[in-house]
Design a protein around this ligand. Structure first.
Ligand code: PMP
Length: 428
């Protein structure tokens, strides 16, 4: 073990600031990252890796994009934070809202967790109801009410779900119901029984936190209809999908009409940012206009706003999303061919520049219960072997891979070669 790792483990739980970084479900120790450039990261020993994690989604332009770095440096020279509104904040808000035509106003926060937590408070404040609904396998940050897991489907009906973390009070978890994805029957039954008590249903319209569980449009549309019919608000959590699969995220790509949208990651260009967006009649409830309190010392800070603006400006260039599609498709083809070549059962699920290698036979899962746990063990062995070959994959079978605009074709080829080599070794 390196001395840095020893020191990290002595002063931070698991040696990390966020659990997945500890490499708990893969073989080997986590390298320490010294820097990133475009599609690459470099560890403290100078080793280069093709990075398919991209800081878990924000880095759609790659690492240290010159325009983003320059914008942040320029902003920094003028001061890091004021706790007062800055012009860049207004501009970024306008630019984001222009991409989400159903929403009129937004509030900036500093993380995706805060965005969703605040959206839930707004939904409760606006509807006067307390119950919320989420879906198995969807992650919405680590606020108490959203860290819950399902009992088995409708078993949880009326009683809320069990906390999936120690420290989450049962009384809080009881207000959150959990349903399986991809199950219209369960959805109908649930709304019939509880729809009138529901403040909001939350969903990742493209669930990307338990593999990539692409939903059928009928399921998403039914959820929209049932929310409307029962006076519940639909919260689309686009922390990952926003500006990733289209400028207007899944809302645009799948033609959804959510009541509240939550964003994070890309809109902060690599700086800590989240946002929640809604119609004016809903946002009127948020303080100081209304009684739903929500605040933040560093919210809307000038550095984060500058990074977000620079990123969105780059994303407005022509053919950007077509290019992400091409690069994603190249990686998909290569990874799928490697699986076939080495006789490993699996498929590559992809939407635009988000990819997931499902290491199991049969059709790609659309619900978390359909994911084979054996895949996690295989991934755990594959991961260090990919790392050795210069490929930085997510240290968990349930996390997706992200391609950036900096991943040129030759970089994708290198990633495929490393993946293929790692597969060959695992098979042998
Ligand atoms: N919602 C979704 C869909 C996410 O993927 C995440 C984090 N990956 C969050 C919320 C929480 O965001 P953060 O980690 O910035 O708090």
């Amino acid at each position: 073990m390196s001395s840095l790792l020893e020191r990290a483990r002595a002063c931070m739980p698991g040696g990390v600031s966020s659990p997945v970084r500890a490499f708990g479900s893969v073989e080997g120790d986590p390298p320490f990252v010294a820097r990133g450039a475009g599609p690459f990261v470099y560890d403290v020993e100078g080793r280069e890796y093709v990075d398919l994690v991209g800081s878990w989604g924000p880095l759609i332009l790659g690492h240290a994009h010159p325009a983003v770095v320059e914008a942040v440096a320029r902003a920094a020279r003028d001061g890091l934070t004021f706790g007062a509104t800055c012009a860049a904040e207004v501009e970024l808000a306008e630019r984001i809202l222009a991409r989400f035509p159903g929403q009129d106003m937004l509030r900036f926060v500093s993380s995706g967790t805060e965005a969703v937590m605040s959206a839930v408070r707004l939904a409760r404040g606006a509807t006067g109801r307390e119950r919320i609904l989420k879906f198995e396998g969807c992650y919405h940050g680590h606020s108490d009410g959203l860290l819950v897991q399902a009992g088995s489907g409708l078993l949880t009906l009326g009683d809320g779900a069990a906390p999936s973390s120690a420290g989450v009070p049962e009384t809080v978890a009881r207000l959150t119901d959990v349903l399986p994805l991809d199950d219209e029957q369960a959805l109908r039954a649930y709304f019939e029984a509880r729809g009138g008590e529901l403040a909001a249903a939350l969903i990742e319209p493209l669930p990307a936190n338990a593999g990539l569980l692409v939903q059928r449009p009928q399921f998403l549309q039914l959820l929209r209809e049932l929310c409307s019919a029962h006076g519940a608000l639909l919260v689309c959590d686009e922390v990952i999908s926003g500006f990733r699969i289209a400028p207007g995220g899944a809302t645009e790509r799948f033609g959804l009409t959510p009541d509240i949208v939550t964003l994070g990651k890309i809109v902060g260009g690599g700086m800590p940012v989240g946002a929640y967006l809604a119609r004016r009649d809903l946002m009127r409830h948020v303080a100081p206009l209304g009684p739903v309190y929500q605040a933040g010392t560093l919210s809307g800070n000038p550095l984060a706003m500058a990074a977000g603006l620079a990123t969105l400006t780059e994303l407005e260039r022509p053919r950007v999303y077509a290019r992400l599609e091409e690069l994603g498709a190249q990686l998909e083809r290569g990874l799928a061919a490697a699986l076939a070549r080495h006789g490993v059962a699996g498929s590559v699920v992809r939407v635009g520049s988000i990819l997931w290698v499902a290491l199991q036979a049969g059709p790609a899962p659309r619900a978390s219960a359909a994911i084979d746990p054996a895949a996690a063990r295989l991934w755990g062995r594959l991961h260090p072997r990919a790392l050795e070959r210069g490929l930085w994959l997510a240290p968990s079978a349930y996390e997706v891979a992200f391609v950036s605009l900096a991943h040129e074709a030759f970089v994708i080829e290198r990633a495929i070669e490393a993946f293929s080599g790692a597969l060959a070794e695992v098979r042998a």
